[in-house]
Design a protein around this ligand. Structure first.
Ligand SMILES: Cc1cc2nc3c(=O)[nH]c(=O)nc-3n(C[C@H](O)[C@H](O)[C@H](O)COP(=O)(O)O)c2cc1C
Length: 363
């Protein structure tokens, strides 16, 4: 039976172990979305991961949702990412780029005054932090049917930029309440055109994005992240088992490189009945390819989901954030650093590149 530290063949890419660094926004790019040398150091420190998935990366200048998030829509950004991917490869690692459009989870203040976009004029729930302080989400601009090819094109271009930047693949962000999940789920999508209503219609944009990315690269280099139990920013659906049954089967037909699913968290349970609890098992029943599962795993629970066969790889978020040498610590059972949430979305090296590694000589 496979174990967490066993090697894994991800469609021809050999991973030395089955740990994945989960995508995590850390706000250390420049104000205009250029990756920095500090980001390079951070990812290189974590090159022992079987696979690194980068923080969410904006696919166009209009896909802004987080201050100092990186982009992959301009040549200067591609060049900066190239120095990161080559440094990670030189350190023996592998790295995939998470490509992202936030949709309604944004604000005119970071959109140069423009309204965020969404399937329907339904605001995200809750609030978020901007330089001016805590703000509530505004009513988004409902994308016209003529605007959707532009979104697909932005994802396509981001994929070919990721390839040019030396990444080992892309992960399409269709989770955590961002644009693609806003189209998928019916609480945020009340369109009456070919992109709303039936499950097939609501999945149309996500599948068009997947097809465009596969065209730009190939199926072995295009994965996707789904959160079929997520409640981020008020995302919800009246029948998630039916929705994700369709979506996962369609992805399986396309032979996508991997499906990365996020387990329910506390917010999922607080929001109401969780319709799909065992997200990995649910996915496995419909997809025989590589499955990554994430959300609150430790060494034992990760090992057991892999041994059970419901997932091939386990992504760790906060544990990788706070432990650059997480793989060594998982192997040896050595202790873990304590994460400092006040620096998760900070500036500079504090709480970013200064978490100590174990003394490897003694490990
Ligand atoms: C600081 C921070 C930033 C995050 N940013 C992203 C992101 O950019 N994209 C994404 O899909 N998930 C993001 N997440 C969610 C993580 O990928 C992961 O799902 C979550 O931390 C649960 O996994 P864990 O229990 O192993 O930490 C973020 C989480 C944290 C803590």
């Amino acid at each position: 039976m496979p174990r967490l530290m066993d090697i894994y063949d991800l469609n021809g890419l050999t991973l030395p172990n089955r740990t994945v660094m989960a995508p995590m926004t850390r706000t250390r790019a420049t104000e205009d979305g250029v990756p920095t040398d500090l980001m390079r150091d951070y990812y290189v420190q974590r090159a022992d991961a079987g696979l690194i998935i980068t923080e969410c990366t904006q696919i166009s200048d209009r896909a802004r949702g987080i201050i100092r998030a990186p982009g992959i829509h301009r040549e200067d950004q591609v060049a900066a990412w190239r120095s990161i991917t080559s440094a990670v490869h030189d350190a023996g690692g592998r790295i995939v780029n998470q490509i992202w459009h936030p949709g309604r989870v944004s604000h005119p203040e970071i959109m140069g005054g423009a309204d965020p976009v969404a399937p329907s004029p339904i605001p995200a729930e809750g609030s978020f932090f901007l330089p001016s302080g805590r703000v509530h989400f505004t009513v988004p601009h409902a994308l016209g049917i003529d605007e959707l090819p532009g979104i697909v094109e932005d994802f396509r271009r981001a994929t070919s930029h990721a390839k040019a930047a030396g990444f080992d693949g892309v992960e399409i962000h269709a989770a955590n309440g961002y644009l693609l999940q806003q189209f998928l789920e019916d609480k945020s999508n009340d369109r009456t055109d070919a992109y709303g209503g039936s499950i097939e219609n609501r999945a149309r944009l996500t599948l068009a994005v997947v097809d465009a990315a596969i065209n730009a690269w190939d199926a072995n280099h295009v994965g996707i992240r789904l959160s079929p139990a997520g409640a981020h920013y008020g995302i919800a659906d009246s029948d998630r088992p039916a929705l994700y049954d369709y979506v996962i089967r369609e992805l399986a037909q396309r032979d996508i490189s991997f499906i990365h699913v996020v387990r329910p968290n506390k917010a999922s349970y607080d929001a109401g009945p969780v319709q799909i609890e065992d997200v990995a098992g649910f996915t496995r029943q419909r997809y025989a390819g590589p499955i990554i599962v994430n959300g609150g795993y430790d060494r034992d629970s990760a090992d057991s989901v892999i041994q059970k066969g419901d997932a091939d790889l386990v992504a760790f978020g906060v544990p990788f954030l706070a432990n650059p040498d997480l793989v060594a610590r998982l192997k040896t059972g050595a202790g873990y650093n304590t994460p400092d949430p006040t620096t998760f979305y900070g500036v500079g090296p504090k709480g970013y590149t200064d978490y100590p590694a174990l003394d490897r000589v003694g490990a």
